[in-house]
Design a protein around this ligand. Structure first.
Ligand SMILES: [Zn+2]
Length: 283
């Protein structure tokens, strides 16, 4: 059983240490002043994107700042002729920034590019099987996140998850959660934890739940969350993050220890406990 959720970091080395907080604040103020998101676009996106409806006024204001920062620091470009409108950029950036609402912008360090395809995109991945034979496998993906590289998304899937959400599914949260996970150089289901969080408790909680899910999936039983999460510890963390923000009640009841760790990490229990999660899709 693959059970990682650990890094080579020294104990206590899990703290993000942003260089020059004052400098970052100054840069942020400059960005907010020079490149504000037009009010009309922000209003429209915050009204239509289901995930944002449960945020209070203070959280929304902070999210708007982070989204402005994101749009200034990261490039979002279209592929296969997709024209990326300002509104589309905000839809992606705002949901990505929900992950770092309480973590800080340094959690999105180390990469700059987001690529949007109109729909599912085909990729070729080289796989080595148990016999050592190498296969070139083609598959269609709705999203992909490269370690230290771009995040690639299907706009079709982004739209579906943004406006017609089903609990446990959000491709933007999923792919950008991989960015948090990969920040310490390896995607293994353990992002750099906050000061005061226990790596041991994180590992125990997530490894136990991951092993249980893998057992269920191997036995052909329905897993307690999307069985894709059993692919690897990295996918487990990304799927857990989707549930944490879109279906926290499921996570809370099926894996309370995991829910507790994600609450400590994202510090957004108040978001998950609002009626936001029960909202119907906007007409
Ligand atoms: Zn993934």
């Amino acid at each position: 059983m693959k059970s990682i959720f650990l890094t080579d970091e020294k104990p206590g080395g899990n703290l993000m240490r942003p260089p020059g907080i004052a400098l970052r604040r100054w840069r942020m103020r400059r960005i907010l002043k020079r490149h504000p998101i037009p009010h009309r676009i922000w209003q429209s996106v915050s009204r239509r994107v289901l995930l944002l409806r449960g945020l209070d006024a203070v959280q929304m204001a902070h999210l708007r700042e982070l989204t402005t920062w994101f749009l200034d620091q990261k490039s979002i470009t279209g592929a296969q002729g997709l024209e990326v409108t300002p509104s589309m950029r905000v839809v992606v950036a705002a949901q990505a920034c929900l992950l770092i609402l309480d973590l800080g912008v340094e959690y999105f360090d180390g990469w700059v590019e987001v690529i949007l395809y109109p729909g599912a995109f085909r990729v070729n991945h080289v796989q080595r099987d148990a016999m050592g034979l190498v296969h070139d496998e083609a598959s269609a993906l709705s999203g992909e996140s490269w370690l230290r590289g771009p995040v690639i998304l299907s706009w079709n899937d982004v739209e579906r998850d943004s406006y017609h959400r089903q609990g446990g599914n959000n491709i933007v949260l999923h792919e950008f959660a991989h960015k948090l996970d990969g920040l310490n150089g390896v995607a293994n289901g353990m992002p750099p934890l906050r000061r005061g969080m226990s790596r041991k408790q994180w590992t125990e909680a997530l490894s136990g739940a991951y092993a249980e899910l893998c057992r269920d999936v191997a036995a052909g039983k329905p897993g307690f969350i999307n069985s894709y999460a059993a692919t690897s510890p990295a996918e487990f963390f990304a799927v857990l993050s989707e549930y944490f923000f879109t279906a926290p009640d499921i996570l809370k009841s099926c894996c309370p220890a995991v829910y507790r760790q994600l609450t400590l990490f994202y510090r957004q229990a108040q978001v998950g406990s609002t009626p936001m999660m029960n909202l119907k899709a906007h007409p």
